[in-house]
Ligand binder design. Structure first.
Ligand code: SAJ
Length: 421
């Protein structure tokens, strides 16, 4: 019977998973390389903002079922949930995965199950097994029932949406692929303890590819919407109306254009496929280029408008990578505002209701942090970058006489919008 789970990496996926496991009855040992994070968690404090996570971690710690440390411990199951960024040249960086594996290797015992949840290039789970067997000659992955020293290794990609992580961890279907059938079966039995969604069994390579496919699918579809927005701008057509109309077709479901694609997943994962099969992944590669170009298109558009004004002032609404979260990582809105600030072409009044102060990269003479309506009042140009619910409170009358660049179609309801990129 599984009793103890060691979760390595207490970030956006590892920490909610660890707290969910603890409240589901497992003894959980959470591991992070950051001592500050570890100490905070042991006091029931969280270092990331995610709805209800503070309460979940607090009750998990108080129940005595979740304890954090910088060092792994012996357990029945090891879950690895560490970042897999990509390098300058768009190649996947497996350093954190390898470090996590090497950290748990000394604690492995025969019969243990190691599960990789990090988004990873195809073949990574097999490499995890190789790293383990390379250091531990006493363990094996032999499928023979008589192998007393056998360990099990699986891949189970996280698929949760930031902002809804705790709910989706329970409700989403999970894909599970082991390096062999026994690994798949055991991993599936484990997830059934706390997942209400369906458990879908396959092999490790297909499971790895499925995760990359899901995010690439979204990236390609957003790129289609972003490309439409450029074409519409050229042809003087309202892209938001166009998409709304086209989506009335029963088999057309176009996503929404925006200032670009951000976050640490969709803007990253497709590169893993491009890297693995550059000759074949042409559409996926092009989608990345289209989406990565969009922030620069917005910058050019705004600078062009600003160049017609004397001492232009721009209200920049939103910095997060998407609506209703505080996460600024890989945010196109941030890239746009940083670039506008650097050019010195205008004074910027920035409103981001989900953070308390401007990030260091925006500390500059020509950038002011304020709330949305005040930013609009001060400005000639209103640049809407993130469709936060909080911005729905904005008095639309303030937009009168302003030049509006609405990258999300947010002010669609008002007839006073002049420019839609
Ligand atoms: N975006 C648009 N237009 C749209 C939808 C999104 O421009 O119509 C932009 C967003 O503003 C944001 C970016 O795309 O900048 C990504 O946002 P998202 O909500 O599409 O996705 P993430 O990155 O928050 O989470 C994704 C999810 N994957 C899919 O929906 C296929 C989530 O389920 C994954 O678990 C997560 O990536 C991950 O960790 O891989």
């Amino acid at each position: 019977m599984v009793n103890k789970v060691c979760v390595v990496g207490l970030g956006y996926i590892g920490l909610p998973t660890a707290s969910l496991l603890a409240t589901s009855g497992f003894m959980v040992h959470g591991v992070d390389i950051n001592l500050h994070t570890v100490e905070g968690i042991n006091q029931g404090k969280v270092h990331i903002t995610e709805p209800d996570l503070d309460y979940a971690v607090q009750s998990a710690v108080q129940s005595g079922r979740l304890h954090a440390s910088t060092i792994p411990t012996e357990a029945d199951i090891f879950i690895l949930a560490v970042p897999t960024p990509f390098r300058e040249n768009n190649k996947p960086d497996l350093t954190y995965v390898e470090q996590a594996v090497r950290a748990v290797i000394p604690f492995l015992r025969p019969g243990n199950l190691v599960i990789l949840e990090s988004t990873s290039p195809v073949g990574t789970t097999e490499r995890v097994a190789e790293w383990i067997l390379g250091e531990r000659k006493d363990l094996s992955i032999s499928e023979s029932d008589s192998a007393y020293n056998r360990i099990f290794v699986s891949y189970c990609p996280e698929r949760v949406l930031p902002g809804q992580i705790l709910r989706e961890l329970v409700e989403n279907d999970r894909i599970i692929g082991g390096i062999d059938e026994a690994s798949t079966r055991w991993t599936a039995d484990f997830y059934k303890h706390f997942v209400k969604g369906s458990i879908l069994e396959t092999n490790a390579r297909t499971a790895e590819m499925a995760k990359l496919t899901e995010n690439s699918f979204r990236d390609v579809n957003i790129a289609f919407a972003n490309e439409l927005s450029l074409i519409c701008d050229q042809l003087d057509i309202d892209v938001w109306e166009l998409i709304r109309l086209a989506n009335h077709h029963p088999r057309v479901h176009i996503l929404q254009p925006g200032p670009g694609v951000g976050g640490h997943c969709i803007a990253v994962d497709p590169w893993f496929l491009v890297d693995a099969a550059p000759e074949q992944a042409k559409l996926i590669h092009t989608a990345r280029i289209v989406n990565d170009h969009k922030p620069w298109y917005v910058v050019e558009k705004v600078l062009q408008l600003a160049s017609k004004l004397r001492s232009p002032v721009i209200a920049c609404l939103g910095l997060a990578f998407k609506a209703n979260i505080e996460d600024l990582r890989e945010s196109p809105a941030m890239a746009i505002v940083e670039h506008l600030a650097k050019t010195g072409a205008a004074t910027l009044h920035v409103a981001e209701p989900h953070i308390g102060e401007l990030p260091d990269s925006l500390h500059s003479e020509n950038v002011f942090f304020t709330e949305a309506e005040e930013a609009i009042r001060q400005s000639d140009i209103v640049l809407l970058l993130v469709n936060h619910e909080a911005f729905r409170m904005i008095n639309m009358d303030l937009l009168q006489e302003k030049i509006v660049v609405d990258t999300r179609g947010f002010f669609l309801q008002t007839p006073r919008v002049e420019v839609g990129v």
